[in-house]
Write a protein that binds this ligand. Structure first.
Ligand SMILES: [Zn+2]
Length: 419
């Protein structure tokens, strides 16, 4: 623009005229602004002071705000005091004033409510919004409620609460409202059927039932053992399957139960047993005889020249010292184990599975009882010299029919001593 003004005077002149026009317009605008500001300042200086019962309560900047504040305050007072006649309006004075700072309609309404006789700041106790009473202490509701909740609480209670929303808030309430904690507690008591609030205490309880989980049994086989020989190497232990539930109760009465599913509380422990791999029993007869003791054969079966009591020798004599071990020649059942008080002295008889009987006489000590099952090679007695003897030895007989002895040597030949 300035570049053009230097080059073309006509244009410069036109622009100069336009500039003057702009200036004059600006001057007009300033005047308008000053007026506007003056108006604004003067408006703010006008306040509507509100007095209730002769006392100035506050001021707002417009008549509309006075109306809004009074309407709001009147409505709240009506609610608090429970009456439906205007309380504030009859004693209200509104004065227009200049020079005071205005406040909000909301603040004015609050101050108006506080000014009303019979309305005080207290800790109001409400049940779902309905005011029950007022307390001096914010912890008052908790103090009243805890014993009520405790009444329905057991060891298995996981939560306890009221079905209704119970609150304690600092607010303006009627001074007439009860502040007796005992009375408020009674109004909140679920057992009080006359209370209009009918508070319900809800408790949730954890429930559990247990079910046994059977254990498995592992069998190990002992190649040297017999099938009737079973040992428990590890005792089995049942596991526990727990079913969990949560029950909901209202004032102590169950209203619902929810299944939370099952879980294994403890795993079962399997039992371990060892069983002999050899069929049958260790005391079964093997069908052959082993030497019943160790020693020197001093007499065989049959006639002999120098026998004191019996010319015919019914068995064979194996001599050794008193106390030498005497073993069962084969497995079987002990059918005799006592003192004959005759030629044999202390004697044991064993009946084998094939019906044969073996006899062991002149013993010093008997280590088995009648009816006992013994295994081949099992220690049954100690060698001795009871009965008619001239020295310690074992008199051994084999009776194939159970009664009549035969020469035992033919059974023993070829079989080694058991040791
Ligand atoms: Zn003999």
């Amino acid at each position: 623009m300035y570049f053009k003004r230097h080059d073309h005077s006509n244009i410069t002149e036109r622009i100069g005229r336009k500039s003057r026009k702009v200036l004059s317009l600006s001057a007009l605008s300033v005047c308008a602004l000053v007026l506007t500001l003056m108006c604004a300042f003067s408006n703010s200086n006008i306040c509507y002071a509100v007095a209730y019962d002769g006392q100035i309560v506050g001021q707002v900047s417009s008549r509309a705000e006075v109306d809004a504040a009074v309407e709001a305050a009147e409505s709240t007072v009506e609610e608090i005091l429970g009456n439906d006649v205007p309380v504030i309006v009859p004693d209200l004075t509104v004065t227009a004033r200049v020079g005071s700072a205005p406040e909000s309609a909301e603040d004015l309404a609050g101050k108006l409510i506080e000014s009303v006789d019979g309305i005080v700041w207290r800790w109001a106790v409400t049940v779902d919004g309905a005011t029950v009473g007022a307390l001096d202490d914010p912890d008052g509701l908790h103090v009243l409620l805890q014993p009520i909740l405790d009444r329905y609480t057991t060891d298995s209670t996981v939560s306890a609460f009221t079905r209704q929303e119970l609150e304690c808030s600092y607010t303006l309430v009627s001074a007439e409202l009860t502040s007796d904690p005992v009375k408020i507690a009674w109004l909140l008591d679920p057992e009080n059927v006359q209370s209009p609030y009918r508070v319900t205490v809800v408790t949730r309880e954890a429930r559990q039932t247990a079910e046994a989980i059977p254990y498995e049994t592992e069998i190990l086989y002992d190649e040297d053992g017999y099938s009737d020989e079973v040992s428990v190497d590890r005792q089995g232990q049942e596991g526990v399957l727990s079913h969990n539930f949560v029950a909901e109760l209202e004032n102590g009465r169950e209203v619902s139960i929810q299944d939370l599913g099952s879980c294994v509380s403890s795993e079962p422990i399997s039992e371990v047993r060892t069983v002999g791999a050899i069929p049958g029993s260790r005391t079964d007869s093997r069908g052959y005889y082993i030497w019943p003791t160790v020693g020197l054969i001093t007499a065989g079966y049959g006639w002999r020249d120098t026998d004191v009591g019996n010319a015919y020798h019914q068995g064979m004599d194996i001599a050794n010292s008193v106390g030498t071990d005497v073993w069962a020649a084969d497995g079987g059942e002990v059918i005799y184990a006592e003192n004959t008080y005759g030629a044999y002295g202390l004697m044991v008889k064993i009946l084998h599975d094939n019906g044969e009987v073996t006899c062991y006489a002149h013993l010093s000590k008997i280590l088995v009882e009648v009816g006992e099952k013994v295994a081949q090679g099992e220690l049954i007695a100690k060698m001795g010299m009871t009965g008619y003897v001239s020295g310690p030895h074992l008199h051994f007989e084999v009776r194939p029919d159970g009664e009549n002895p035969v020469d035992p040597m033919k059974y023993l030949e070829g079989w080694p001593d058991p040791e």
